[in-house]
Ligand binder design. Sequence first.
Ligand SMILES: *Cc1c(COP(=O)(O)O)cnc(C)c1O
Length: 374
Amino acid sequence: MQENEIFRPTKAIIDLSAIRHNIVNLRKHLHSDVSVIAVVKANAYGHGDVQVAKEALKAGATILAVATPEEALHLRQEIPHTPIMILGASPIVFAPIAAKEAIILTVFSEDWVRKVSPLAKDFEQPLKVHIKVDSGMNRIGVRQEKELQAVYDAAKMVNNIEVDGIFTHFATADEENQEQYEMQLAIFQKMIASLPEKPRLVHAANTAAALVKESAQFDAVRFGISMYGLAPSTYIEENLPYPLKEALALESELVHVKKIQKGDRVGYGGTYIAKEDEWIGTLPIGYADGLLRCLSGQEVLIEGVRVPIVGRICMDQCMVRLPKKYEIGEKVTLIGKQHGNEIHIQEWAERLQTIVYEIPCMISERVPRVYKEQ
Ligand SMILES: *Cc1c(COP(=O)(O)O)cnc(C)c1O
């Protein structure tokens, strides 16, 4: 969406140069022959899949990864040639479409391969698959060498299926304790060694492993959360090999300002009661935009000063207590920097007792994403 089509002043501003910075620095940190898979699932963690994917490719990523067939097809409309990989399970009916669109599928079941094989003679080009090894996360993947062997052999028997890669996923790479990580790594290495031939692309690392664990680099790393400038955990934040730049800011404007008297109540339920005569501002953003009701009390920035959201957050609007009168149109920053002060996504995550990943994903589609490059 172009900025000039936006009427309501609430918007997420995505700094593409931050995304570029985060990838360029990752590439300097990795061994020179390691490829970067840019993870742009869930609309690029809420940042906008196509714009982020294009920027990631400019910055040196060579493969895109998503979670679902729908996400892969959405990207394919705008990005014609780059390999796009689906990290989750895909249904059998999607296999011919994946082959046609050069979408790489994740496989982990012999049965799946056997059911796809009769369709393969009609594929327009070979279907590339990466075999998923479950080394201890217990989500998806083959758990035993003989299972791996069976999937591998079944795939190798089909002319139009190409085993292009093998991968696994770590459950604890963002933690200081290395125990489960080491165990998963050992299992994965043993599984690869059991194959007659190493597939072209072996990959294991997510952001956390890519940033702090050299042993996990293999042929490629899957770079997600820190591409957006966010650290996967406090432990990783404290051990970052280079500073990250946060890509997302959430901004709005005051649409109404008034003085209320001591004892006046604000919002549904009248839960906020003015302790004295107070200036109250209204923002055009609410829980339907992702500003969840339990964020009441969270602060926003106006002229670099923190002011609190007061009363219950409504579906489309919320109120803030102002230190003085402000004009309509005064800029309000809910996430990001303003006049040397900053509200970090981590602050919302703590308030909501969750991880930073959830915050940009939760900013709803109603909030336009506006891109800046500089
Ligand atoms: C989401 C996902 C990633 C990216 O994880 P980050 O922690 O955001 O880097 C990597 N691999 C798989 C399989 C995933 O599902």
